[in-house]
Write a new protein. Structure first.
Lengths: 293, 384
């Protein structure tokens, strides 16, 4: 086969260009750690990584929401704990007032104490965090409980969605916790007890003990509900955190270089480029033009 | 041809770069918007989350417009390159026509026209690199005809040149026509190869398809969110507002994607509630809008995320295929060039050997003459 001067120089130019391009590509991969920068680098991997990135973003947002909801439910749990303690104290006082041989004056003092506890319970029922009432349902324009204990909120439950398809309750309406929507709700019961103590009517007070116990039981049940919701939020946070982590890891696997392979490729590409340069320096071969004639 | 493949690849690269992953790219903006809607659903009464949702919606609009402009630049660039290449073809056609005449005159006069033929061959190759042409040798005049794909004559053997002309459609797209004997013919569809063919194929194929998908995605997102937002109620108790400006048609939707003036700057107007009696904590409409991130609302049944991934993979495959095509065409060209050189190019060693042989022949001839001269001289000396 005839090897012409033009073919020699064209081949040298082409080999140098290709070796240099491979060296630059390897350098870029090692430099930023990525092997897929644009869709054309690996269309399938790019598209999959794009979807994983989207899912990761949603999962991280969901994890934050679950964490925030868990925190809010934690405040609800603390409040219900305080409410339970208040009711327990009130029960102790009422038991003393109805079972001990005490006089009117002492019953009046118990009435004052129970009324104070009722006001404390109102404060607990109207607790707010960052401007939102904990026990108001979906109503936030006014406090859930009026001074007379009547419930001003609603029975709506609020849901969050930490993950597509994963809807979770994130609140406990005050009516459910304090029974304020019922005739024998806790505030009505306490008010009745105060009134009957002031009227020195221990029999009537004794009759309200059952309602007081029912109220205490309702608070304990509400704490159970809140506890279950908190467990669900913890689970949701764990699931979404894990999903985000896995999505990130899979996306990295698809688009990032293996550092060892990349370093090896870079060395190989650089050696090939150096070899092409050395070969080019030896061309053109000394021929008859230089040696003959 | 190599020119066709290179042009096709060059024209599509702009799409590839527009969809590359970046902090302010379309994908990132979409992710941030979806996350903000999810946050809003969890905290519908919080001013900060409402403001963030509006900001992310605005950034999404900007990302769509930016991507659409990049796609438009790719189309505009392809049109500009077609125009430049047509001018380059016309310039060479004029030169070929002139060379036809000079070759004919030289060969009629009996002179050697090899250099002129070589120049003409170079010009013809440069034209063929741009448009699909076939060469027809004339009769013994030495001239050639250059016929465009489909038989339209660009050059006659007598040297008549029918240049290509540009036309511009209302959308800015370039077309190519040719006139001969007062008749103008649209030859755009005949330009199926060459660099002009490559640019046209990219413009009307890959670029147009990508732009259509982008517009459809923008249209579907705006329509779906607007349907829900219009049905919902803001903190001010007012409903019936869209989240984005209504888009009348799919064509151009990405450019028209814009946050509605009804809500821009007014976070309280974001319609997170379904009924006014449960404001401000009612998040049911916000939850419904957050669900759109995974709902099949785009491109005929895909989620928005899937639709964007589909768009990027289509563009990626088109650019990758064009790159491979260019590489293959270049390799084929190299091989053909090598075969051509094998027959007609110069090997300096070979020419040196020929020169040495001719030198020896000349030296031998000189020796014969010298010997004959000496013999005659001797003969003359004998007679004296």
């Amino acid at each position: 086969m005839r090897v012409t001067d033009g073919a020699i120089f064209d081949g040298m130019k082409r080999n140098l260009g290709e070796a240099r391009a491979r060296a630059v590509d390897s350098q870029t991969g090692v430099g930023d750690g990525k092997r897929v920068h644009k869709p054309s680098d690996d269309p399938t991997a790019f598209a999959q990584a794009r979807q994983l990135k989207s899912r990761e973003a949603l999962a991280r947002a969901g994890a934050q929401e679950a964490e925030a909801a868990h925190s809010m439910l934690g405040y609800a749990d603390d409040s219900l704990n305080a409410a339970g303690n208040i009711l327990a104290d009130a029960r102790d006082l009422v038991m003393h007032a109805v079972s001990s041989p005490i006089g009117l004056a002492e019953r009046q003092e118990v009435a004052i104490a129970v009324d104070e506890l009722r006001k404390q319970l109102l404060t607990v029922g109207n607790a707010e965090v960052n401007g939102r009432y904990i026990f108001g349902g979906n109503v936030n324009g006014s406090a859930p409980f009026a001074s007379d204990g009547s419930y001003q909120g609603d029975a709506e439950t609020r849901e969050i969605q930490p993950f597509p398809g994963m809807r979770m309750r994130a609140n406990l309406p005050g009516g459910q916790a304090f029974g304020a929507d019922q005739v024998n709700g806790i505030f009505t019961t306490l008010q009745n007890i105060v009134t009957n103590l002031r009227a020195d009517a221990p029999a009537a007070v004794r009759a309200d003990l059952d309602n007081l116990d029912a109220g205490l039981q309702r608070i304990l049940s509400a704490r159970g509900d809140v506890g279950a919701m908190m467990d669900s939020m913890e689970m949701a946070q764990s699931v979404t955190d894990r999903y985000a982590y896995d999505a990130n890891a899979e996306g990295a696997r698809l688009t990032q270089v293996n550092e060892i392979d990349a370093a090896s490729d870079l060395m190989r590409a650089q050696n090939a480029y150096n070899a092409a340069l050395a070969a080019a320096q030896r061309l053109p071969l000394r021929g008859l033009v230089e040696n003959g004639g | 041809s190599a020119g066709d493949a290179a042009a096709h690849h060059t024209a599509l690269v702009g799409l590839d770069n527009a969809l590359a992953e970046s902090e302010h790219g379309l994908g990132s903006a979409l992710d941030a918007f979806h996350a903000s809607m999810q946050d809003l659903a969890a905290q519908p009464s919080e001013e900060a989350y409402r403001a963030a949702a509006l900001a992310k919606a605005s950034e999404l609009a900007y990302a769509f417009q930016n991507t659409a402009q990049s796609f438009d630049h790719a189309r505009t660039d392809a049109n500009a390159r077609v125009a430049d290449e047509v001018k380059a073809v016309n310039s060479r056609l004029v030169q070929i026509g002139d060379l036809n005449k000079r070759i004919s005159k030289a060969e009629v006069d009996g002179s050697e026209a090899s250099d002129l033929r070589d120049q003409r061959d170079t010009m013809v190759r440069e034209v063929a690199d741009r448009v699909p042409v076939s060469v027809v040798e004339g009769d013994n005049s030495g001239g050639i005809s250059l016929l465009l794909n489909g038989g339209q004559a660009l050059i006659t053997p007598e040297g008549q040149v029918n240049q290509l002309m540009l036309t511009y459609a209302s959308n800015g797209d370039v077309g190519v026509t040719k006139s001969a004997s007062g008749v103008t013919v649209d030859v755009t569809d005949a330009l199926t190869s060459g660099s002009i063919g490559g640019y046209l194929r990219a413009r009307d194929g890959g670029i147009a398809d990508a732009r259509e998908s982008l517009d459809q995605l923008a249209y579907d997102i705006a329509a779906s969110y607007n349907d829900l937002h219009t049905a919902g109620i803001g903190l001010d108790g007012v409903g019936g507002r869209g989240l984005f400006d209504p888009i009348a048609a799919v064509d151009g939707a990405a450019n028209a994607f814009e946050l509605s003036n009804d809500v821009a700057g007014h976070p309280e107007r974001l319609a997170t509630a379904q009924t006014a009696d449960q404001l401000p904590s009612d998040n049911r409409n916000a939850l419904a809008m957050a669900n759109l991130a995974s709902a099949p609302i785009a491109l005929g049944g895909m989620s928005v995320v899937e639709a964007l991934a589909s768009l990027t993979s289509s563009v990626g495959f088109a650019v990758q295929s064009a790159a491979h095509g260019e590489s293959f065409a270049n390799d084929a060209m190299t091989q053909i060039q090598s075969l051509h050189d094998n027959v007609s190019a110069v090997s300096s060693d070979e020419e040196m050997v020929h020169m040495m042989a001719y030198q020896r022949s000349y030296q031998a001839s000189l020796k014969v003459v010298q010997t004959a001269d000496e013999m005659l001289g001797e003969l003359m000396n004998l007679r004296r």
